[in-house]
Write a protein that binds this ligand. Structure first.
Ligand code: NAD
Length: 298
């Protein structure tokens, strides 16, 4: 059994930390938001008062934070949690962030002799809850050997994709495909509606045809079609539009840095940015509202 520090107990971090606690690890969790701390405490996580306290004497430190700036603020702070870990500890940043910050985290850990992985995930809140996430792992074999028992509790699939920052590169590509799928679905439902086709009939066709995809069965933009979807709950975020906008921005800057033209990814980004600008706290599937607002025939 390990002592695990867990920083970031939001939609994803809370169920991930809860699964580690349920597996018998001592999980010391911290979040800046009191409600997140309370909900995690109700799920078996020992809540502490700071990221440093979470890391104190821990065998592993896991971060599940919104953006690179938050990861920098926590992991790269002078005298921060990295300096508090037990000897031989491993750091796992599971947040979806930019490759440059991720590489800086690897460097900072290396300088302190700490093993580290960037390990962003796919699978959403359902995957986090059921312990079936896919981890995209960048870093050394020796770090993975230390983290594997924990990752296997939280995930169903561990994919090693390369060295420092490679997990983030894989995640950016994945999110670009997810964002493009979600926007394409939103466009399809609006188009179907204006052509007189019911959402139910379009769903039945898509879900059994070549238009089927993970975004449809997990983030269907119309209510009443997928049980438990955000659309069924007034678009309360399972995956916030602001986070998808961030991911599409990361994909865009990564593409720019290596000279790749993301025609489809760029178009999807514009729509998601429109939603994020009006209300980024809504679920990403609410992008259908941005599509619906457009009427080029008008
Ligand atoms: P979230 O906003 O629900 O949770 C993030 C948590 O981090 C919040 O509770 C916030 O209060 C906390 N936080 C922020 N700054 C902090 C700090 N300095 N110290 C401690 N806690 C701090 O986001 P989420 O949906 O859980 O996503 C987390 C990460 O996982 C993001 O990078 C996101 O892109 C990625 N992700 C999300 C999903 C999803 O479906 N929600 C899926 C895959 C990956």
């Amino acid at each position: 059994m390990s002592i695990v520090g867990f920083v970031g107990l939001g939609n994803m971090g809370r169920p991930m930390a809860a699964n580690l606690a349920a597996a018998g690890h001592e999980v010391r969790g911290f979040d800046v938001v009191p409600e997140a701390r309370e909900r995690a405490a109700a799920q078996g996580v020992t809540v502490v008062g700071s990221a440093e306290a979470a890391a104190d004497g821990a065998d592993a430190l896991i971060t599940m934070l919104p953006k690179g700036a938050h990861v920098r603020g926590v992991l790269l702070a002078d005298g921060g949690p990295l300096t508090r870990l037990a000897a031989g500890a491993v750091v796992v940043d599971a947040s979806s962030i930019d490759v440059a910050t991720s590489r800086d985290v690897h460097e900072a850990c290396k300088a302190l002799g700490i093993e580290v992985l960037d390990a962003p995930v796919s699978g959403g809140v359902a995957g986090a809850t059921h312990g079936t996430l896919t981890f995209m792992i960048g870093g050394a074999e020796s770090a993975l050997a230390l983290a594997r028992p924990l990752l296997e509790v939280m995930g169903g699939r561990l994919i090693e994709v390369g060295g420092a920052g490679a997990g983030q590169a894989a995640k950016a590509c994945n999110q670009m495909v997810f964002g493009a799928s979600l926007v394409a679905l939103a466009e399809a439902f609006v188009l179907a509606d204006r052509l007189g086709l019911s959402a139910r009939n379009l769903f039945d066709v898509l879900s059994t045809s070549s238009g089927n995809c993970w975004a449809l069965t997990n983030f269907c933009p119309r209510p009443g079609l997928v049980e438990g979807s955000a659309a069924d709950n007034g678009y309360v975020a399972k995956f916030a539009a602001a986070l998808l906008a961030k991911d599409l921005g990361l994909a865009a800057s990564a593409a720019e840095s290596v000279g790749v033209d993301l025609a489809v990814g760029g178009a999807a980004r514009r729509r998601v940015d429109e939603l994020a600008a009006s209300d980024g706290t809504l679920d990403a599937s609410a992008v259908i509202k941005a599509v619906e607002a457009i009427d080029t025939a008008a």
